[in-house]
Design a protein around this ligand. Sequence first.
Ligand code: PMP
Length: 304
Amino acid sequence: MSDRDGKIWKDGQLIDWRDASIHILTHSLHYGMAVFEGVRAYKTDQGTAIFRLREHTERLFNSAKIFQMNIPFHQEAIAQAQLKVVRENQLESCYLRPLVWIGDEKLGISAKGNTIHVAVAAWPWGAYLGEDGLNKGIRVKTSSFSRHHVNVSLVRAKASGYYINSILANQEALADGYDEALLLDTDGYVSEGSGENVFIVKKGKLYTPDLASCLDGITRDSVLTIARDLGIEVIEKRITRDEVYCADEAFFTGTAAEVTPVRELDNRAIGEGKRGAITEKLQTVFFDAVAGRAPQYSHWLTII
Ligand code: PMP
């Protein structure tokens, strides 16, 4: 991805894509302590708009706060940087990756005194789990790897090192011929996908795990809001894997994954083994919201 044209915002300046490099002794590269965001911008009638820019930027700063990384910019400057990157690269729709990392002054567990850096890159990125996945649903495998325990990792943060756990789960699922993994928490309850929150539908009601072990997903929040506005009852609670087997519908949410139906878990078809009616409804309103076709959600969009 490094050898291409374009601009990346790094520590306050737009620089050439190819020049956006770091030293091999960068602290975050060795110990995994970096925090990041995944954000999307969509084409709307009024121009390209970043979806829930404020919330993503706030989560980035909260992630940094949890690890006592002092970002040397105000939130507004990082929000503006994201808008600038989309504008300068003339992207109609894209994925954005803001990243905060610890510099290369010294190595060792303690990062005290090391500098904190910020970059924002953006590039076109289609459906994360495939167009087919969006329409027909994906096949998922319960992972043999547990999701983070609240006292091992602090899951309100979106931290680079946490994704080792995601990669293990995703590798295992793909190697076994599935599209994605579903991770359970350390007590054995459903937590989330390797990069997605999970929902099930049962008898017209929408259920999703509480936030004890999963990321407080911004798409999760958008879908909960949309569901409530549609008059669908939503319940956040502990969910077991057999509740998912016996659900009428299931789906994943995430900035990259958007709203992706899950048609199968561990070789058991969920409901009719295809995208369910409530999933489709929520997906439709979600895609209307991101594309500026749903006026009630226009406050979620920041036009670049
Ligand atoms: N869980 C994990 C582990 C993730 O990486 C993501 C993607 N950021 C999500 C859930 C979904 O979060 P969001 O909707 O904010 O992208």
